[in-house]
Write a protein that binds this ligand. Structure first.
Ligand SMILES: C[S@@+](CC[C@H](N)C(=O)[O-])C[C@H]1O[C@@H](n2cnc3c(N)ncnc32)[C@H](O)[C@@H]1O
Length: 287
């Protein structure tokens, strides 16, 4: 399979860091949950990549990662974060939970630079970053039963219906996540888009190896009978996109939790809350 550089991504500008960390992304038929935006890496972010990259940025590799070794031999619990954006939440959680180690993944280079900068400013030692597609990192670098927790906060919701197949939280991806969790380990998601929150609930509640930790019972509000998959769609082997069943639309479901205290609110979230928008936290435990 040819290795290609995707259009729209700007590699790290410094040659030494580019050579080491700018790993080309393999083109596959899989629909991706992200779009590589051509954001500019600032001077400060680039300096952080050059100075702190060698210590905190792990290059993508096709083989399994020794998690204990990348955290300097630490046997602390290992938490994975997918899609950390500019890393403000990640840095705050790592500072608060200094007895846990955090492996954080993002594809967007300025975000990687921004989080490395926060690592330096806050003297954090329990964070390691990978700039790559999280799906491939999970498949290739992380071994079954190796993680104590997974955080996915405000993953791109893909609002338009025709883009729903790009949403990260679909049954097949959830199976991959669950396989990497240890028994009793947790999966924590948050979103500010109710329709995506309901998709998450239905997909995760249907995964037999997960238990929803919420005791709330709620009905589905944002999907209707028009969203149910047709027999024709279900018959197609290639049909992977989430669509609810009529039974799911009629039933009550284990629901959401109050935001756990370790997850700080972001400025976007605070702005939304002031405008009366909701935020939904979902926490599951692997059986
Ligand atoms: C809306 S942002 C949220 C960022 C951050 N979690 C927050 O709460 O502010 C979602 C991020 O997830 C990243 N992302 C989406 N799919 C990803 C994937 N498969 N692998 C790595 N990063 C991904 C995107 O690049 C984007 O920066």
């Amino acid at each position: 399979m040819p290795i290609v550089q995707l259009a729209g991504i700007r590699p790290f500008q410094n040659k030494s860091s580019k050579d080491k960390y700018f790993v080309n992304i393999t083109r596959t038929d899989r629909i991706r949950s992200f779009v590589l935006r051509a954001g500019r890496t600032t001077g400060g972010q680039q300096r952080a990549i050059d100075e702190l990259g060698p210590q905190f940025l792990i290059p993508f590799q096709e083989s399994a990662l020794d998690l204990q070794q990348v955290f300097g031999g630490s046997s602390h619990p290992k938490i994975l974060e997918i899609g950390f954006g500019m890393g403000e939440t990640t840095a705050k959680i790592a500072a608060l939970r200094s007895d846990d180690d955090f492996l954080a993944i993002e594809v967007h280079p300025p975000g990687v630079g921004a989080l490395l900068k926060l690592i330096g400013e806050n003297h954090l030692t329990n964070l390691r970053l990978i700039r790559h597609d999280a799906v491939e990192v999970l498949e290739k670098m992380l071994t079954p039963n190796s993680l104590d927790g997974i955080h996915i906060y405000f993953a791109d919701p893909w609002h338009k219906k025709r883009h729903h197949k790009r949403r990260l939280i679909q049954a097949e991806f959830v199976k991959l996540l669950v396989s990497r969790l240890k028994p009793e380990a947790y999966l924590h998601l948050a979103t500010d888009w109710q329709n995506y929150a309901e998709q998450m609930l239905l997909v995760l509640n249907a995964e037999s190896d997960l238990e929803n930790t919420s005791t709330e019972k709620m009905s589905i509000e944002t999907f209707s009978a028009a969203d149910v998959a047709s027999d024709l769609e279900l018959a197609k082997e290639s049909f992977k996109e989430f669509k609810p069943t009529l039974e799911q639309l009629d039933a009550k479901h284990p629901g959401y939790l109050e935001r756990p205290a370790y997850r700080p609110t972001t400025k976007f979230e605070n702005r939304g809350i002031k405008l009366g928008h909701g935020v939904w936290d979902l926490v599951y435990k692997k059986k």
